[in-house]
Design a protein around this ligand. Structure first.
Ligand code: SF4
Length: 169
């Protein structure tokens, strides 16, 4: 492939596919409470999440990653599960903040779920109340590295061993 300046770039097609997958993680748009403000700040011009290929989509059918930002009420949980089920594979979940990760300050409340991993699998936990945009970006970059790694296993026809979740503190 010719690139500007006359150089030639050589890469395996499968590596390009892995790179494309990790570089175009579209995220489902929804925020649940205070952590959502930090998520929105991450997408705004100061932190510019678009430069990492993360763009917010209004439908689960077009989303690769779900960022659960904020506490989840017991009544809201079935709707989040339904949205997750409607996302195409491969799909990923980021639990942003103490509430989404484990219930946070509302852990003892009977109306708040003690972490979204009670009903959907979580790939990245981001601690903090709320986490800063830099923490969310760090979690996204770690997830992108894992997606590229996962693709290497796929192209060899092997399932990737179930990895431990990524934890960002
Ligand atoms: S972790 Fe803190 S900032 Fe985030 S939703 Fe819970 S209480 Fe709000």
């Amino acid at each position: 492939m010719n690139v500007p300046g006359g150089s030639i770039l050589v890469a395996k097609l499968s590596d390009v596919v892995g790179w494309a997958r990790k570089s175009s993680m579209w995220s489902l748009t929804f925020g649940l409470s205070c952590c959502a403000i930090e998520m929105m700040a991450t997408a705004a011009s100061r932190y510019d999440l678009d430069r990492f290929g993360v763009m917010f989509r209004a439908t689960p059918r077009q989303a690769d990653v779900m960022i659960v930002a904020g506490w989840v009420s017991v009544k809201m949980a079935p709707f989040i599960k339904r949205l997750y089920d409607q996302m195409p594979e491969p799909k990923y979940v980021i639990a942003m903040g103490g509430c989404a990760s484990a219930g946070g300050p509302y852990r003892d409340s009977i109306t708040i779920v003690k972490g979204v991993d009670q009903f959907i699998p979580v790939d990245v936990y981001i601690y903090g109340c709320p986490p800063r945009p830099e923490n969310l970006i760090h979690g996204i970059i770690k997830l992108q590295d894992r997606i590229q790694e996962q693709h290497k296993f796929e192209k060899q026809g092997k399932p990737m061993p179930k990895p431990d979740p990524i934890i960002v503190q």
